[in-house]
Ligand binder design. Structure first.
Ligand code: RIB
Ligand code: CA
Length: 315
């Protein structure tokens, strides 16, 4: 079946690369169904200077210097910046020795890029995949009150319900890192499709998956294999499991093949007051599906997502 490439999905990816962000970006860069308008970066796994450089490194490896990279917020709305270097390496791309990519960061802020690119296109036509703390989108919504209603789906990697947390007992890192931003975005009225740990923990890179990607020729595949090997090692050392979860790629995989996931209508709210449960996502399924603005991924076809990643890295 030939793909209908006439109807590309316009997309902005907001991220904090980050090893799984890197795999998500490489998947998007290799997918012709997507019109990738921009990549915007935020401080998260590592500081924004490094996430921005890393996004440019990944873009260069994918041969996609046509996509501008805009730097965003260095720190959360209220809280101090807290990284996750143990899972991503001090430079953010595992063992990869960083370098200065050929094409510079675009002029202007991530927030203004989000506003300009969404507001100049038809309502609902631009999706945003958020793979890190939601600071940039929250700031953009504050700067442009009409943005939330103009946006297409905001496809978020973040939160946890049945899985519990990964940064604290009750919170997932992206939401915990900037709970205030997440709370504002979830309350904004925009359409949200959220991939929390409940779904992303079902998507894991096995030894077979990683070996298959290592066998693919190409700079993008080589970068993916490098960060996946690093992820596999730290997952074993820190968590004691054999296969690292592929959190961020779930957002792009859903845009490409929604049937890989099962979603439930809900309302997502975030704890911002308590230090103990900061960033906890209260995902309420007792909503009217006809009017609910949020959906929560409850099931993922992990092997299907990994097969899609390998297929696109080969292309
Ligand atoms: O909890 C997983 C999320 O936190 C992913 O986006 C990963 O890159 C880290 O930022
Ligand atoms: Ca991330």
């Amino acid at each position: 079946m030939t793909q209908d490439l006439t109807r590309k999905q316009a997309l902005i990816i907001d991220c904090d690369p980050g090893v799984d962000d890197a795999v998500g970006l490489l998947l998007a860069f290799a997918s012709p169904e997507l019109e990738l308008l921009a990549v915007t970066t935020v401080g998260g796994n590592v500081p924004v200077e490094k996430t921005t450089r890393n996004a440019r490194i990944i873009r260069q490896a994918a041969g996609r210097e046509d996509v501008p990279v805009f730097a965003g917020a260095a720190r959360p709305l209220v809280r101090a910046l807290a990284g996750a270097g143990e899972f991503h390496g001090a430079e953010g791309l595992g063992d990869l020795e960083p370098f200065e990519p050929d094409v510079p960061t675009a002029e202007g802020s991530a927030m203004d890029a989000l506003i300009d690119l969404v507001m100049e296109r038809p309502e609902g036509s631009v999706a945003v995949a958020v793979m890190g703390p939601m600071t940039n989108l929250a700031l953009a919504m504050r700067r442009e009150p009409a943005l939330a209603a103009r946006l297409g789906p905001v496809v978020v990697m973040g939160g946890a319900r049945s899985e519990g947390g990964n940064i604290t007992a009750s919170a997932e890192f992206n939401i915990w890192a900037d709970p205030d931003a997440a709370a504002e975005v979830f309350a904004s009225g925009c359409e949200v499709v959220a991939f929390g740990l409940d779904a992303t923990h079902q998507v894991r890179a096995s030894e077979t998956d990683i070996a298959a990607i290592e066998a693919i020729d190409g700079e993008g595949a080589r970068l993916a294999a490098s960060v996946l090997r690093f992820s596999q090692r730290v997952e074993r050392e820190i968590v004691g499991s054999e296969a690292p979860p592929m959190h961020d790629p779930c957002t792009v995989a859903w845009l490409l093949k929604p049937d890989l996931f099962v979603l439930k209508s809900c309302e997502i709210r975030v704890e911002t007051a308590s230090d103990l449960t900061r960033g906890h996502t209260a995902v309420e399924f007792r909503v009217d599906p006809a009017t609910a603005r949020h959906r929560w991924a409850v099931q993922a076809d992990g092997p299907g997502v990994m097969a899609l990643i390998a297929e696109r890295l080969k292309s």
